[in-house]
Ligand binder design. Structure first.
Ligand SMILES: N[C@@H](CCC(=O)N[C@@H](CS)C(=O)NCC(=O)O)C(=O)O
Length: 205
């Protein structure tokens, strides 16, 4: 895991379930994810990765989240209803692929998208457009709801980490996303994770 990264969403799920686990922080800016010791765990060189008790490894947000939901069904991280499950997958993938992978990735790792420095401003603007449109789309789906579906699910922790990035980056969230973010910040597991990851000040506002 890396504090304040997408692994924060998985960290929240682990705390919501109440699992006992050890966290190994990676410094992404220093390139820890490309060191052989980590590539041996996750050849894709990204966080999150989860090493299970039998030593087997799960990588990628979605696979870890889905496995946790299946392995600890009593926690109801996935709804039973088939349509609600499909909606959870749709919103989770939207947060991870569109908002994170296409939007925030352009803000945080501009150099990976720009052919040279002259394109930086255009890439940043494109990232911001994708983020604004992406949140506007989720906002409609959140209208009249406390969470993505009737109760907290694996989609909410994914949506939370991109809302958290918006907050940290000064990107205004539309009303329903803002309310969802505030609701998430009230959850004890979310507060605990942010404290552990060094973001106690988030509660100041
Ligand atoms: N789609 C991936 C996204 C993972 C990802 O992009 N993680 C970022 C941190 S938020 C990362 O490890 N970046 C390191 C790098 O790209 O060098 C997933 O589902 O896990």
């Amino acid at each position: 895991m890396t504090p304040g990264s997408c692994s924060t969403g998985i960290h929240i799920l682990l705390e919501e379930i109440g699992l006992v686990f050890e966290a190994y922080p990676l410094n992404l800016l220093a390139g820890d994810q490309f060191k052989p010791a980590y590539l041996a765990i996750n050849p894709r060189g990204s966080v999150p990765a989860l090493v299970r008790e039998d030593g087997s490894v799960l990588t990628s947000y979605q696979s870890i989240a889905c496995w946790l939901a299946e392995a600890y069904p009593e926690r109801r991280l996935m709804p039973e209803d088939v349509d609600a499950r499909a909606h959870v997958m749709a919103v989770m993938n939207h947060a991870i692929h569109t908002l994170h992978g296409e939007g925030f990735a352009r803000i945080f790792t501009t150099e990976r998208f720009a052919l040279d420095e002259s394109e930086n401003a255009a890439v940043l603007a494109q990232g911001r457009r994708i983020i604004d449109r992406g949140f506007a789309a989720v906002d409609k789906e959140l209208a009249g709801r406390h969470y993505v579906v009737e109760h907290f699910s694996i989609a909410d922790s994914a949506l939370f980490y991109v809302e958290f990035w918006a907050d940290r980056s000064g990107i205004p969230l539309p009303a329903h996303c803002r309310a969802h973010y505030a609701r998430m910040l009230e959850r004890p597991a979310v507060r605990q994770v942010l404290m552990e990851e060094g973001y106690a000040r988030v509660f100041a506002h």
